[in-house]
Design a protein around this ligand. Structure first.
Ligand SMILES: Cc1cc2nc3c(=O)[nH]c(=O)nc-3n(C[C@H](O)[C@H](O)[C@H](O)COP(=O)(O)OP(=O)(O)OC[C@H]3O[C@@H](n4cnc5c(N)ncnc54)[C@H](O)[C@@H]3O)c2cc1C
Length: 375
């Protein structure tokens, strides 16, 4: 059987694209090396922050707002709670980052925001200890997403709309032939008019058909026992923290599971095929996270409850790649989501579907062109 579109990599972006395509009657085949949602890519260890007041320009703010609407629609369609509007507090030392640009862009697009000093932050969230050089940008309408549930919800909807999913099917090579594309797997060769390649941290497995400037990186997150009266979901928001010691992000203690914290910068490079070290293999896995908590949220720096290892797929400028294959207009690439892509996966799926079906999108994706790199 031949399909209209084959999606290679049915994770965060691919599964969403599969749904947006299938709902329009496009015959869609989703192929994944695992059984999404799974623990081998970039979407596990939920939750994920969804912020609207984005750095990097107004295009990101518009995308975040559209993404939020689409998450709400998915919640309604599947009768599942996926997005918790907890508010997100961004904190940064003036020595690291200023919120001026972000504030301007977001306000122009109607995002409600508050700029707070360290004293005001301490009054509202007594668990936080900041020095006077810190400023906070609070987004009351932002929050977090249960990423694995989101992928599962898109899977449910994509299959209900007629998409076919082949789990545990590894794509070993791709060929573009005339007007079509052939995708080779251990379960046979599949054909379609078009393809979307959304292989996350595993893009290297699609070389030499496509070679993208993406570095996959091992990342860790930890959940720490916290004073529930200060850090539970009733009292504490999602957060980002820009300090001279590094960039961190985190979440309130959900159902007593402890404050979750991760570090955005740094991490060990990783390549498909290499073993990935479990949490705790390096002293910094716990040490970095604990040290940030001890400094800025000491009553959330209790016993480590659990840790998890996940993968980022970094571009050099941390902007995404959403573009056509340089040699084939019927093949779309979606990768390099650089540790901040999950929140956008709902709208990225819509964009990929629009580009596939109409060769156009209403969103501004000029930041994400592949031509900004020398490939
Ligand atoms: C620790 C951590 C914290 C994060 N925090 C946030 C956050 O707070 N907010 C936010 O917005 N984002 C966050 N992110 C980033 C976000 O999760 C990723 O940007 C996003 O999940 C990437 O989606 P993807 O579709 O590219 O990758 P994935 O969801 O991993 O999907 C790729 C899929 O491709 C499949 N695949 C790959 N190669 C092949 C092949 N050859 N054959 C078949 N299948 C293949 C894989 O099995 C996988 O299912 C975080 C990421 C991590 C790791």
């Amino acid at each position: 059987m031949s399909y209209d579109v084959i999606v290679v990599g049915a994770g965060s972006m691919g599964m969403s694209a599969g749904y947006h395509l299938a709902r329009q009657g496009i015959r869609t085949l989703l192929i994944d090396a695992f059984d999404p949602p799974h623990h081998e890519g970039s979407h596990h260890g939920e939750p994920r922050l969804i912020r609207h007041a984005y750095h990097g320009g107004k295009a990101y703010v518009s995308l975040a707002l559209r993404a939020h609407t689409l998450w709400n629609e998915l919640e309604e369609a599947t009768d599942t709670s996926l997005l918790i509007q907890s508010g997100v507090l961004n904190m940064s030392s003036a020595n690291v980052y200023s919120y001026e640009e972000r504030l301007k862009d977001a306000r122009q697009l109607g995002v409600p925001l508050e700029l707070l000093d360290a004293d005001e932050i301490a009054k509202r969230w007594p668990g936080i200890r900041l020095t006077d050089d810190f400023t906070g940008l609070y987004e009351p309408e932002a929050g977090y997403l249960f990423s694995e549930k989101c992928v599962a919800a898109y899977r449910q909807m994509a299959l209900a709309e007629g998409a076919i999913l082949l789990p545990y099917t590894n794509v070993s090579s791709i060929e573009a032939k005339g007007e079509g594309v052939s995708v080779h797997t251990q379960h046979g060769v599949f054909h379609a008019d078009k393809a979307i390649l959304s292989a996350g941290a595993w893009f290297k497995t699609l070389e030499p058909f496509i070679k993208l400037p993406i570095q996959s990186v091992r990342k860790v997150v930890g959940w720490f026992q916290s004073d529930e009266s200060l850090f539970d979901t009733k009292n504490f928001p999602g957060f980002t923290l820009g300090s001279l010691a590094g960039g961190f992000y985190g979440f309130p203690s959900i159902d007593g599971g402890g404050v979750k914290i991760g570090r955005h910068d740094q991490g060990a490079p990783w390549q498909p095929g290499e073993p990935i070290q479990p949490f705790g293999a390096y002293p910094d896995d716990e040490g970095d996270l604990r040290s940030a908590l001890e400094t800025y949220m000491p009553l959330a720096a209790g016993k480590l409850i659990r840790g998890s290892v996940c993968k980022y797929e970094m571009t050099s400028d941390e902007d995404f790649i959403i573009d056509y294959h340089p040699a084939y207009r019927n093949i779309l690439l979606a990768g390099g989501f650089s540790g901040h892509g999950f929140k956008f996966s709902s709208v990225v799926g819509e964009i990929l579907s629009d580009l596939t079906v109409k060769q156009a999108t209403q969103q501004d994706i000029s930041l994400f062109s592949l031509s900004r790199f020398q490939v």
